[in-house]
Design a protein around this ligand. Structure first.
Ligand code: IVH
Length: 674
């Protein structure tokens, strides 16, 4: 017992020290100890906590240290953002991907793809100016990276200089640890990827150099002048410059080739000395890549086709329902715990009522469970031969967990009945409300570090947080008394919450969780409202009607979104909750990055199909040149561009009436020199 007291005191003392060092570093910006002393102290604390679990009650180190990238590295803005990739899980998703690029480019022939193993490591960007490596950055949040040049320099495979390079070139690639080398580090890290990440973020590059990091180059960021026509040429040149380029990179076109390639590499996977979690497919031609551009998070010209998941068999003990933030009711199978790809799974999603009926899934059934990457495990099939004769068909409950009847909606676009049942009570349903809170604190919304899903569950249970505004009115005195919350973790939480009060309008709109308003639509709305005062007029019922009418003009906002906004704001409880939340915030005005160009300040609209490009590409091109796209013909419109194939007569007539400039497909190409 005495010994335990001693350890507790030692732990408290060390925490106090860490607090002091942290404060000097982060608050005062004047460190009082060297990085290595700081890191050593952190390591000692981690070790102590791991050996003596009871210390968690004093202060949970997870709340303190976490895995956040160290704020100690200098932040540098990526000249070209480091985007992430959309995922494909089935060959059908790859077909969709191919169709979409064909449609966007308005090309019917098959488009050449560059296929590259997706190395499961940490991405980095290396900037060379006049052939000399000037710095290397981590991905960071994709916009700002951390300057980790010294650590990257420990990788022998990275050339320090390039022969006959363009004036500026940023080489992007994956830093990884070979599986064999990882064997020696197994006790310290969960997997090679974590080990590579941990090593790259070491403040002391001497520590990094102890771990044999490796590199595969696969792309570029900024380049001037552009000297490449396509990805294959780029990869070849990277090889000649001395960068390691993965051996299995190749070109292909057809979906059959994609399918074969996938199974070929998957069977090779275990024999490779590095972790591969799928295949990246990129449109090979750089002109096409440029035309395709990207959405807010990922390029339209590339996709990651993940390797198929691992499967296992188990028995369903029960089927329960879960309520999501949009009120969607998801059935979940409670199964006998089974290990699927190294992870113990005891819950698996059954998607929705239709899916249960289609597969006739019942309690007691023996089923196959599948887990793919970080996606929720799912029930894929039933082994009917193992079914008990007395088993009964599963009757899907028509009530939400809150007791109220759920509904199936009719989709406004397809006019079909939705397969998902929903509780439509919003914040009035306790179950939906809790999920809405989790959305509000999430990364793309308020991004409050330290207030994750588990903490929300706990604070909800304790009635600390019932609605969004409560986040900004927390009683830290009460939290202090909870297990695992000490001085520093509380301070960090307070800071994170305070920081999140300054939120830009588009993020705010996305955060409040209006159905059918995702990140892209939130940006469109924020661009329309500009500031929170204008946005707040939605709360006033007699103003709302006019606003909603005006929203019809916005390209991207349709009937579904408008109806959803109307539903959201006409609900009294929603209004109260959101207005109360707003009283705690400093909502910053939205400023769209308006491009200047030939169509600056012009409102434009398209009707009909084009010969040389798709409507999506025409819109993207117009925006690139500074135009705003409108969704309806009104006096505000400057040009109506009429495509050759099936333009809407009504729109043309109305535009003529309003004396709006009409443009043919040909004059549109001429205007932009296409
Ligand atoms: S292309 C916009 N190519 O996968 C293009 N990525 O989510 C994005 N990765 O962050 C990257 N191998 O860390 C690309 N051959 C490859 C890759 C690759 C691995 C990683 C990379 C990226 C993530 C995509």
């Amino acid at each position: 017992m005495k010994n335990q007291e001693k350890i507790k005191n030692l732990y408290k003392e060390k925490i106090k020290k860490l607090l002091k060092f942290n404060n000097a570093y982060f608050e005062k910006d004047s460190p009082i100890v060297s990085d290595s002393v700081f890191d050593k102290l952190k390591e000692e604390l981690i070790e102590l906590a791991a050996k003596n679990p009871y210390l968690k009650k004093i202060e949970n180190l997870d709340n303190l240290i976490g895995s956040k990238p160290s704020a100690k590295f200098e932040k540098i803005k990526h000249v070209k953002p480091m985007l992430s990739l959309g995922n494909a899980f089935q060959i059908k998703d790859m077909l969709d991907f191919k169709k979409k690029i064909n449609n966007f480019l308005n090309i019917s022939s098959e488009i050449e793809l560059s296929s590259e193993p997706k190395i499961d490591g940490i991405s980095a960007s290396l900037r060379y100016e006049n052939g000399k490596l000037v710095y290397g950055l981590s991905r960071g949040d994709g916009i700002f990276g951390e300057n980790i040049t010294e650590n990257l320099m420990t990788i022998k495979e990275i050339p320090r200089s390039l022969k006959n390079p363009p004036r500026i070139i940023e080489i992007r690639g994956e830093v990884y640890i070979g599986k064999k080398d990882f064997e020696k580090l197994k006790d310290k890290f969960a997997n090679p990827r974590n080990a590579a990440g941990g090593s790259l973020r070491q403040k002391d590059s001497a520590q990094t150099s102890k771990i044999p990091l490796k590199f595969f180059a696969y792309g570029i960021g900024e380049i001037s002048p552009q000297i490449f026509k396509n990805q294959t040429d780029l990869l070849n040149q990277l090889k000649s410059w001395g960068f390691p380029v993965n051996f299995y990179c190749k070109k292909m076109k057809s979906i059959d080739a994609v399918e074969k390639n996938h199974s070929d590499l998957e069977s090779l996977r275990s024999t490779l000395n590095y972790d591969v979690d799928g295949i990246v497919y990129k449109v090979n031609n750089f002109d096409f890549q440029e035309r395709l551009g990207s959405t807010s998070n990922s390029p339209r010209w590339a996709i990651a086709y993940k390797f198929s998941s691992v499967k296992a068999s188990s028995k369903i003990n029960n089927i329960v329902i879960q309520v999501g933030r949009t009120g969607a009711i998801t059935p979940v199978a409670k199964i006998n715990p089974v290990t699927v790809g190294g992870v113990v799974v005891s819950n698996a999603t059954l998607h929705n009522e239709d899916e249960i009926n289609r597969k006739d899934i019942r309690v007691g059934d023996t089923v196959t469970i599948q887990r793919a990457g970080d996606v929720i495990p799912q029930v894929v099939s039933v082994d009917i031969s193992k079914r008990n004769k007395t088993s009964k068909k599963f009757i899907f409950p028509n009530k939400c967990l809150c007791g109220f009847t759920t509904k199936k909606e009719i989709s406004m676009t397809t006019k079909k009945i939705d397969s998902v049942r929903r509780c439509t009570r919003g914040y009035e349903c306790n179950y939906t409300a809790k999920e809405k809170l989790k959305h509000i604190v999430s990364k793309d919304a308020f991004d409050i570090e330290g207030l994750g899903k588990k903490v929300i569950d706990n604070f909800w249970k304790l009635k600390f947080i019932k609605e969004p505004g409560d986040i900004f009115n927390l009683s830290y005195k009460k939290i202090e008394k909870l297990e695992g919350w000490g001085e520093l973790s509380i301070k960090n939480l307070k800071n994170a919450i305070n920081k999140s009060k300054n939120i830009v309008l588009d993020r705010f709109i996305y955060s409040i969780g209006i159905r059918h308003i995702g990140q892209e639509n939130a940006k469109i709305l924020a661009n329309f409202f500009k500031n929170s005062q204008n946005f707040s007029e939605l709360f006033i019922s007699n103003k709302r009607k006019d606003i909603l009418k005006n929203l019809e003009e916005l390209d991207g906002i349709g009937e579904t979104q408008i109806r959803s906004i109307e539903d959201f704001f006409s609900n009294k409880k929603n209004s109260e909750i959101i207005q109360s939340l707003m009283s705690f915030l400093n909502i910053k005005n939205y400023q769209k990055n308006i491009k200047t160009g030939k169509l600056s300040n012009k409102n434009i609209m398209f009707t009909g199909g084009f010969k040389k490009m798709s409507r999506s590409e025409a819109k993207a091109l117009a925006e690139e040149n500074g135009a705003k796209i409108l969704g309806t013909v009104s006096r505000k419109l400057d040009y109506l561009v009429i495509g050759n194939s099936k333009p809407t007569k009504k729109k043309i007539t109305k535009a003529r009436e309003l004396k709006i400039d009409l443009m043919t497909e040909e004059s549109w190409y001429n205007l932009l020199n296409r």
